[in-house]
Design a binder for this molecule. Structure first.
Ligand code: PLP
Length: 386
């Protein structure tokens, strides 16, 4: 356990630091499902690994420490974390989600929880005054993201949390895009933070995992109960991989964001680029709010090529940047929201909210930035020949 107030140090020494029995500097992988009990009613505090596992417990203590919560919970995926948080609600409850919430979050609400009587409505969470008028007695929580996919829309987290507090409802923030290194929603008034740790926290595109943190003891007890009851827990080896990934989160994100800032400026001045969406650009929607609530603009950029550029040729010409779903790994990834992440949304609706066929989402990696720019340039040149 580290007493440092600095997140750079907490990333490496936070939570449970190493192994006190052997002095191992890393938390061991306790690859076990059960624990021997000395006698009836006598155990070591560990009984069964769905309920608790020391490697997972170390990860859970670490994420709680990083987000400034009282307890953390690790799950088999980001969606398992979100679903377990949503399982706190009951029939008749309604949740307000932002219009650009992660597609899987929308899907689980629309296709699973709605059938169980937990409903949702979609609102523009960037408009606090209107949001305030949407809270009817059945609304029990806001579920938001900032910046949100794929147009990097910024929502005022403290503002939304204040509206929630006024109505006595919860604020849940999906902090996947920023991580606690760049933004800590609980400090801004949120009650629960969820993560797809598959992304920046893991950081190497080699593990699927989810995390949840709360700063409310009562919610923590209920989450612990539901985590064990529902059972979508993270295994010991994947817990170890995440702890390992989190140690370098600070240095990785410093490079990710340094690269992203360079690339955003490069794209902004490019003649082929119609619009750049990046919260770190002073011209971006929500720039001032993001600056207030986050360390910087993060490392996700979306940009739109003019209609006379052939998007298919752009993707084909890329050599370094992989065309793939997901984000947040050390390698640069690019995706086409219109046909990949947001393909299920009808074209007219997509175009109306800005997810045009020319929109490209880039997860900026930590390669030498000149190489990334060279590759983007090659893609844009190839697209122009059309
Ligand atoms: C990927 C992602 C999720 C879902 O996480 P999985 O680990 O894929 O289940 C949730 N929210 C955001 C913002 C994501 O990017």
């Amino acid at each position: 356990m580290s007493n440092s107030k600095y997140i750079e140090t907490k990333l490496i020494h936070g939570g449970i630091d190493g192994d006190s029995v052997t002095g191992a500097v890393n938390v061991p992988i306790y690859q076990t499902s059960t624990y021997k009990q000395a006698g009836l009613g006598e155990n070591t505090g560990w009984e069964y690994s769905r309920t608790g596992n020391p490697t997972r417990a170390a990860l859970e203590a670490l994420i709680a420490d990083l987000e400034g919560g009282v307890a953390g919970f690790a799950f088999g995926s980001g969606m398992a974390a979100t679903s377990t948080v949503l399982s706190l609600f009951k029939q008749g409850d309604r949740i307000i989600i932002s219009s650009n919430v992660y597609g899987g979050t929308f899907r689980v609400l629309d296709k699973v929880f709605k059938n169980l009587g937990v409903t949702y409505s979609i609102e523009d969470t960037t408009d606090l005054a209107t949001l305030d008028t949407k809270v009817t007695p059945d609304v029990k929580a806001f579920f938001i993201e900032s910046p949100a996919n794929p147009l990097l829309t910024v929502t005022d987290l403290a503002g939304v949390a204040a509206v929630a507090k006024k109505h006595g409802i919860l604020t849940i923030v999906d902090n996947t895009f920023m991580t606690p290194y760049l933004q800590r929603p609980l400090e801004l008034g949120a009650d629960i933070v969820v993560h797809s740790a598959t992304k920046y926290l893991g950081g190497h595109s080699d593990v699927v995992a989810g995390l949840a943190v709360t700063n409310n003891k009562e919610i923590a007890d209920r989450l612990a109960f539901n985590q064990n009851a529902v059972g979508a827990v993270l295994g010991p080896f994947d817990s170890f991989l995440l702890i390992r990934g989190i140690k370098t989160l600070g240095v990785r994100l410093d490079r990710h964001t340094e690269n992203a800032e360079r690339i955003a400026r490069y794209l902004e001045q490019h003649e082929a680029v119609k619009h750049v969406y990046y919260p770190g650009l002073p011209t971006a929607q929500g720039y001032e709010i993001n600056k207030k609530q986050a360390k910087n603009g993060g490392a996700m950029i979306s940009f739109e090529l003019y209609e006379n550029y052939d998007i298919k040729k752009f993707f084909k010409a890329l050599q370094l940047i992989s065309l793939a779903e997901s984000l947040g790994g050390v390698e640069s990834l690019v995706c086409h929201p219109a046909t990949m992440t947001h393909a299920s949304i009808p074209k007219e609706i997509r175009e109306k909210v800005g997810i045009t066929d020319g929109l490209i989402r880039l997860s900026v990696g930590i390669e030498k930035v000149d190489d990334i720019i060279l590759d983007l340039n090659a893609g844009i040149s190839a697209a122009k020949e059309a």
